[in-house]
Design a protein around this ligand. Sequence first.
Ligand code: FUB
Length: 463
Amino acid sequence: MKFRMLLPLAALSAMGTLYAQKQNNPIVQTCFTTDPAPMVYDGRVYLYTGHDEENADFFWMQEWRVYSSADMVNWTDHGSPLAIESFAWGDDRAWAPQCIERDGKFYFYVPLHSKLTNGMAIGVAVGDSPIGPFKDALGKPLFDDGSWDNIDPTVMIDDDGQAYIAWGNPTIHIAKLNRDMISFASEPTLIKQTKEGFGAPSMRERDRGVKYEDCYVEGPWLSKRNGRYQLIYAAGGIPEHISYSTAPSLEGPWTYGGVIMPVDTTNSFTNHAGVVDFKGHSYFFYHTGWLPKGGGFARSVSIEEFKYNADGSFPMIKPTAKGVEPASAFVPVGRIEFETMAYSKGVKTEENSQTGVYLSDVHNGDYIRVDAVDFAMLNSEPKTITINAASALRGGKIEVRAGALDGELLSTIEIPTTGGWEMWKQFSAPFTKPKVLKTDIYFVFTGRKGPKLFNLDFWKLNE
Ligand code: FUB
């Protein structure tokens, strides 16, 4: 009797947890992502990241990754179009990047370890699309003086068309770029760090034993807002917080603006920020160690929405697990890649030259969630769903549910073996539109406990 009374309570509380736990941060769960550099282009936000390896004991990072979103919650994984091996002169440490568009080309600036000088160097790759492919634009570093300071490049194009690049730890180098974006228009100089400008003089000029208000460390993010230049950066030493300084001109004088994101329980001793405005909202990107198995060398990108204060200053921004609300609805029209999702459990992504990026490592009990799917925006009612899948084993089953993991069942698709993990076949099943027309959609994967079930390429609703 006691047991029977307890059971519904336990079930209720489990459901409560399920609903209470809806979260969007970190925004990628299929691998670790670091050092976010967002770029708004043609109605989407492109996000360039580093990639911490699993079980790493240092920043042994091998590649950069690209994601994009039209709504800030559903992110498409575009894989890794740039890696250490893209630069013949580099051999290690694919650290914090930034990409920018100019004249229809995309310039992807990276720091990496130089074989030429045994220091860190700044490289630049170029591509015809925001997701690549990218290739080393110079065949040599853009800047390489053998110093370990050369990390974390940030770029901006001023209102008069002049492009600037800045980088460094614990120095801040700055230089003008030529219109070609791959050569300097001025010799790199150092931004002078002062107490008034950054909370402390530069590291090599600080007095021992003096407690300073703050200090620049690394990860600069250069931008301009309402005619004033903003430099956001990781500050304060280890563990890092995020602070900023502003200036009327890039020659200074710089004024220290304060802390934006304080040291928090982020489980990461570094932090690294990027800021963009998109669809009328302002977004702050940063990283934490909040994924399972996360930590200082296993970081993941998160996002918070914020509003500038009336005087243009930054508010204090706290990391959350909830993350941001959708900036627009997701209309489920045409072919939708399975690697477009707001949240997932258990799965990973892989890529090959034939399929591009696809969902892999799908096991019993795993799921993905696509947020704010708006069925009211469809011209006609979907009657079936088609899924492109591959399985070398016995396959499994996909349940499509609305609103929650155990929400309204919209479809069940059986995926049998296809004879190989990359032998793709399409499977269709009846689909009922949800009662609530704007809802989150869950794809819940079930099958034999233990082995991988299938790989998933795309889904599509049909009339
Ligand atoms: O990801 C490697 C390094 O850690 C970056 O270059 C720094 O900004 C810090 O986040």
